[in-house]
Design a protein around this ligand. Structure first.
Ligand code: IMP
Length: 209
């Protein structure tokens, strides 16, 4: 069975990936499961793509099988795409989600709700033996609320109003969020890519027999 190593130790992410890919004959493990718990790369690229590729390629030089890595950011139109690639450290290094949310509200203080459009974007990179195979993109469109609403989720969830539902991710809850989010959209596309890759591997096996 093909092994898929997720370049993350975040159990929540691993579970989400396992859930969406459950029908595929793939053994999904985290970097911790293959002895690379402390493996980290410096996320110093200027794009989500750059960071996702770096994370996937560097780990794939060390482990067998396919490696996937993701990077996510919130892009606010009125702020020329900020916080973008800096979403986790918008208010500075070692800050909390609350600090980042406060900074976002401050930056948008005088911007009316109809000009607060934004999107979450996730990039997933697939690599093998130190080479990038593919990058995949998932998006979710919405706008930034004037105040926080809802209690579920994490990060910018209490401020991000999803266009389709007119509610924040934090109000919608994980069950709906995990069906429509930027990450879910990227993972659904990943499932399609992996299905193709598995087919190619099976064909190669047949041809070599
Ligand atoms: P990461 O690439 O998944 O670590 O995400 C980078 C940052 O984007 C996180 O630290 C959060 O601030 C934010 N973020 C990522 N995904 C979400 C989400 O689904 N909801 C809210 N914020 C998110």
């Amino acid at each position: 069975m093909i092994k898929l190593v997720v370049s993350s130790g975040n159990q929540h992410k691993i579970q989400e990936i396992k859930e969406i890919l459950r029908e595929l004959p793939i053994d999904i493990v985290s970097k911790n499961d293959v002895g690379f718990k402390d493996f980290e790369v410096v996320e110093d690229k200027s794009t989500l793509e750059g960071n996702a590729i770096k994370k996937a390629v560097e780990l794939s030089k060390k482990v067998e099988g396919l490696v996937v890595a993701d990077d996510t950011g919130l892009f606010v139109d009125a702020l020329n795409g900020a916080p973008g690639v800096f979403s986790s450290r918008y208010a500075g290094e070692n800050v909390t989600y609350e600090d980042n949310n406060k900074k976002l509200l401050k930056e948008l203080e005088n911007i009316p709700i109809n000009k607060r459009s934004a999107k979450f974007k996730t990039i997933i990179a697939i690599a093998k033996n130190g080479e990038i195979i593919k990058t995949i993109e998932g998006e979710c469109k919405g706008r930034i609320a004037n105040t926080k609403s809802g209690s579920s989720g994490f990060g910018y969830d209490p401020l991000f109003i999803v266009d389709e539902y007119n509610k924040t991710f934090a109000e919608l809850g994980d069950e709906i969020k995990n069906k429509i989010s930027h990450r879910a959209n990227a993972l659904i596309k990943l499932k399609g890519e992996l299905t193709v890759l598995l087919g190619e591997n099976t064909n190669e096996d047949h041809c070599s027999k």
